[in-house]
Design a protein around this ligand. Sequence first.
Ligand code: HAS
Length: 544
Amino acid sequence: MKSFDRSDSKLVLAHVLFAFAALFIGGVAGLLQSMVKSGSIELPANIGYYELLTAHGVLMALIFTTYFIVGFLYSGVSHTLGGKLLPVSRKLGWYGYALMSVGTVMGVIVILLGKASVLYTFYAPMKASPWFYIALALVVVGSWLSGFGIFYQYIRWKKGNKGKLSPLFAYMSVVTMLLWQICTIGVAIEVVVQLIPWSFGWVDTVNVVLSRTLFWYFGHPLVYFWLLPAYICWYVVIPKVIGGKIFSDSLARLSFMLFLLFSIPVGFHHQLMEPGISPFWKYLQVVLTFMVIIPSLMTAFSMFATFELYGRSKGAKGTFGWVKKLPWKDVRFFAPFMGMLIFIPAGAGGIINASNQMNAVVHNTLWVTGHFHITVATSVALTFFGILYWLIPAITGRVLTPRMNKLGMIQTIIWCVGMFFMSGAMHIVGLFGSPRRTAYNTYNDHPDAVLWMPYHVAMAIGGSILFIGVILIVYNIIGLLRAPRGETEYPIGEVSEASEKTPAFLERWGLWIGIAVALIVFAYTLPLVDMIMNNVPSPGYVTW
Ligand code: HAS
């Protein structure tokens, strides 16, 4: 077993630790919010609810995820593409880290000074301090540098290994980063061309519908930027952890390529209830949204196949006998598995959101908040937690002890219980019409609002349980960093012998990027022209 390169280990660890520091601070904000919303506490006069909500959303959704993902992808690229990062890739990784960190610290300071309570979607015409937008731009540019580092390592590996199929982990990392680079162009244009000049006062007004469209051009693929690293773990790592095989390399690669094609030209499904976009283009993007469900269904199929084949190889009988053969007491499996299981109702919720008539019922209600807590904050987060229990030991030369494994299992259960209360209550009360993004309000004791209150209390109970989960995951990380020295394998699954040979066209990047760009141009050009021509300019508002 080859030990992990020490310099690469520092880079990966720096990203992972930063991610979890963000999770901790974001978690404190989350706990306070849920208590305020239920009417259990009042904040001191100098701290605003929306200030906390912005800090929570930015730190959890944008910072925790991006840092963890970059660190995780770098670890796998280093391990599978030559066992060591090339100096250029490592340097780009550190430059990216530095830029993102300056942006994060700056952004959080501006938010805590009360100058940017615009929430993590920073919707115009709400207007934040220009320094908030500059901070976001730094985070995005930093992440681009990290992406270039991954591309560089991949290209150099391909040049040195002509005609060979690239390792699956590296291939998937390149798709994930490509998706990120293409989609962040939208938010970069929004921030640099529209929001920064407007917030400095160099222009008086902003084209609101254009800015929101550019945001969602980025905002939907953003959710797949979170999901794909979890899928890398499910496809590549989990088969090894359970002692099985990857069901099909081609299926795995194709599902990732379908994400590249279909996850971007679908942003309008977040704007179905907004004026200023013709129903035809909304309809078209909803059709494409239904296309992006297919690679998730392929993933579900592949995971079931991996589990069943493994179980049967261990002598399982009957339709579901294989379930018993899975390593239920191993947190490296259990945490991501709970993520998968919960992704079944979570994905169904997404399909409900994407259906126009049902979107009219749930849009801007707490249902949507429930949806993203059960997707990103459960399926994705639990998978990231599960990764920690082998990644930290593998890169620091330590071993997972039975005690840490047990604490990991407890943490997973706490997270699932907390999320059951919080996300469950959000889903139900959302259907009763309780709006998202609102502080405590009884609406003059309106009967509907009175009905919502017990659910808001359930959300606060769930939020408090989740905060215990946050503390425990931080404690577990410290425990992993102090675990006994030893060798831990970086788990990379092998492909089943029964699977077909992977066709070479799956690595013809020009072809796939070309189709992705064509779909984006098709789905966005005319609506964007229309928005620019029929601009209804708006001044900025500071609503907090
Ligand atoms: Fe979503 C809003 C539609 C997936 C995140 N989504 C959001 C927002 C976020 C978010 C953050 O169409 C709010 C943004 C905001 O602040 O306004 N979403 C979808 C659809 C999917 C979907 C169609 N979303 C996600 C994922 C996210 C995420 C993933 C984060 C990671 N979403 C929407 C829409 C809205 C929306 C509308 C706008 C709502 C509004 O009006 O504002 C699909 O990708 C889902 C497909 C998934 C599946 C599930 C497959 C199941 C698998 C698990 C297999 C399990 C196994 C284990 C193998 C079809 C892969 C079982 C083993 C046993 C032994 C039983």
